[in-house]
Design a protein around this ligand. Sequence first.
Ligand code: AMP
Length: 290
Amino acid sequence: MIKRLANPQAASNWCFVQHTNGKKIGYVPTMGALHRGHFSLVERSVHENDITCSSIFVNPLQFSQHTDLENYPRDLEKDTALLQRAGCDMVYTGTLAEFFPDVADVHANQAMLAHPISTVMEGLEGEFRPGHLPGVSAIVERLFSTVGACTAYFGEKDFQQTLVVAELAKQVGPSIQIVVCPTVREVSGLAMSSRNQRLSSEQLEVAAKLYHSLCSAQKAWQTGVRTISKLQAVMHDELTDNRICVEYATVRDPQNWSVNYQAGETLQRARALVAAYIGQVRLIDNLRLD
Ligand code: AMP
């Protein structure tokens, strides 16, 4: 039977006992509304560790729009049952105040809670969702300190987030290891996301174009195209549908994230990344090109 714990303190105590018993913990942080993408992380953790735990917490600090936070799908009972089926041993949740018991007014002091993470927060999600990545870094640091030494599993779908989390883990020290897992997709290619629940069947079809745009950039790369502006143009061509409102469709060198390349320059390593609205729903996706 999966252990359900209602707050971070109880989870911390439970993990302490597991560590004392010499158990190797795998950890999958989530915001719930679980799908096969999440379960791929849980399954990998179950395979690689003695014990797997997960958390379900819709972190208000990483939402810049109140309606987005309110509309985020939540079903703790169903998610817990699914985690149990996937082999997870413990799931915990909590409130913002319980995660930050030392901070009197978490929202007012939000800016202070972000971690000094260098350039990987710059651009893309950092530009279009100000406060999002600092909010992620603040909560992930608390999630890590709740669980303690562990291997934590994250999805490549949130690519920039994995860069932030990897840097945070480096700052915390060797007790936290990060594993980045491949993106799980629908048959159409659409990256699985909790937000897909909010799309109509027609919108789901349109949303698959995000992935098609990444594949077109990959094909162009395979035929030798290396110029940033050309790769971007290939992506935008695929996204010319008035039901898609593109925020960015671009390429970056993941190892030189912040370098401000000019459009005419070329890359030797590249990841294509896209963010767009389908109706009211914001989706992101990415694909390695090299
Ligand atoms: P979320 O609940 O959206 O915060 O996601 C929790 C974890 O699941 C994050 O590490 C995500 O990157 C990962 N994840 C979300 N969607 C997918 C997917 N389609 N494939 C693989 N991992 C995913």
